[in-house]
Ligand binder design. Structure first.
Ligand SMILES: *[C@@H]1O[C@H](CO)[C@@H](O)[C@H](O)[C@H]1NC(C)=O
Ligand SMILES: *[C@@H]1O[C@H](CO)[C@@H](O)[C@H](O)[C@H]1NC(C)=O
Length: 413
């Protein structure tokens, strides 16, 4: 009975006007309070960024070898570079810079099937830091405290895709004073240091736009999910994946008619999200996945199942109001929890999701748009200014230890 009620009660859809303000008929709701204002901030004039010029082997050459990196969920490192080159916050005078940026593509090393291998990343990063610290005086001045790096790999600057190994490695020692811009976010985790900026993973904007369906399309799917439930081969015996949360989703709800869940990735994936009320965003190897971005862009309420996750731009986006949060151990109650949410609460979340500023904040569009993820990153950096006087080291003072870390990382790149 309940099932039917829900499906009938929720034939509402609030689509996304890609041209800001293009469709005045879409009911949207402004994000109340300071968070909404922060989301719409313009970083221009609030910070100056100096872009180091590195040999092509740290960026462009790597991309030439494998253009797939442009569509990968780690592509933010490439697009942020391109964005900064022509951004009004760029300065060519390092003496007046607030922040220093090193354009290095550490995650563009993909296996034939497209999985990124982070094994060379630490050596590459060390090599780049060596280069900037010998050719310019700015690194040594603070040992990186006024430098930021985009490290979008699974566990950021821990540079490993297995959590245990990532924790064992820890953040690359040379990056310990820098500000890290990364997709990985989990509270009290060695791979997220204080002051890092958590960003959304890259999802190709043109591709998402190409799959938009009419805004009036009813949302007839209650819960939607596509992805693995077990390990990479979806083998229940294959090992412990997603801390068991995805296995619990499958085992509890595979036969529940409210749940449209499967490992098959249909060509209508993006359309299906626009026909769904709730989109599950459980952790995988790492707590984050592109599903979160897709859910927001397609107005599907994200159901976040990843304990202690730190969500992108959490100081600007009111995630609690947009999404539904579920403890990993509560997965068996997922159906009851979702069907108990009052329709007016669902409608409010949908109206907030329809707010274009929320969607732009999740995307790295070409060309850039006001309020998009690039701008949110700059806003985050601007809010950290001015740097405390204490970050500037006294003549000759050294804090970082260049020989710390696994010996394999110390080999030249
Ligand atoms: C920065 O310090 C290192 C030693 O830690 C030194 O080798 C390098 O030459 C210094 N860079 C500059 C530009 O003086
Ligand atoms: C730097 O790290 C190496 C390796 O962990 C250690 O042997 C060495 O003592 C450290 N140096 C300093 C000055 O702490």
């Amino acid at each position: 009975m309940r099932t039917c009620m829900w499906v009938i009660a929720l034939l509402f859809v609030f689509g996304f006007a890609w041209e800001v303000g293009a469709d005045q008929n879409v009911p949207t709701e402004r994000i109340s309070g300071s968070a909404g204002d922060v989301l719409e901030d313009d970083p221009t004039g609030r910070l100056k960024v100096y872009v180091y010029e590195l040999p092509n082997k740290y960026n462009k050459k790597i991309l030439q070898k494998d253009p797939r990196c442009l569509n990968h969920m780690f592509a933010a490192e490439i697009f942020m570079h391109r964005f900064l080159l022509s951004s009004p916050v760029r300065t060519f005078n390092p003496e007046e810079a607030d922040w220093f940026y090193t354009p290095i593509y550490t995650t563009c090393d993909l296996t034939p099937t497209g999985l990124p291998l982070p094994f060379k990343s630490p050596r590459m990063m060390r090599s780049a830091i060596q280069l900037i610290s010998t050719n310019w005086p700015y690194w040594n001045r603070t040992e990186g405290a006024d430098h930021f790096f985009v490290v979008p790999h699974d566990f950021g600057a821990c540079f490993h895709y297995q959590e245990e190994k990532a924790i064992e490695r820890g953040i690359l020692p040379l990056l310990q004073r820098a500000t890290l811009v990364q997709t990985f976010g989990q509270r009290n985790h060695v791979c997220l240091k204080e002051g890092s900026i958590t960003i959304p993973p890259y999802a190709p904007p043109q591709k998402m736009q190409a799959h938009l369906i009419p805004q009036e399309t009813p949302r007839s799917i209650f819960v939607y999910f596509r992805g693995l439930f077990y390990d990479i081969n979806n083998d229940p015996e294959g090992g412990y994946y997603a801390r068991g949360a995805r296995a619990a989703v499958w085992e509890n709800f595979k036969n529940n008619p409210l749940f449209d869940i499967s490992t098959d990735h249909p060509t209508t994936y993006y359309e299906d999200m626009q026909r769904s009320i709730f989109c599950l965003c459980p952790l995988g190897w790492a707590p984050w996945s592109p599903r979160l971005v897709e859910a927001v862009v397609f107005g599907c309420i994200p159901v976040i199942i990843a304990d202690d996750i730190v969500l992108p731009f959490a100081d600007a986006i009111p995630w609690e109001e947009i999404g539904v949060f579920l403890a990993e151990e509560d997965v068996p109650n997922l159906d009851t929890i979702l069907t108990s949410i009052p329709p007016e609460v669902i409608l409010r979340k949908q109206r907030l999701l329809a707010n274009p500023s929320m969607k732009w904040a999740m995307m790295f569009p070409q060309p850039a748009q006001p309020g998009d993820a690039f701008h949110q990153i700059l806003n985050g950096l601007a809010r950290k200014l001015p740097h405390a006087q204490s970050v500037y080291l006294k003549g000759g003072q050294k804090i970082l230890n260049w020989t710390e870390g696994p010996v394999g990382d110390l080999k030249p790149w």
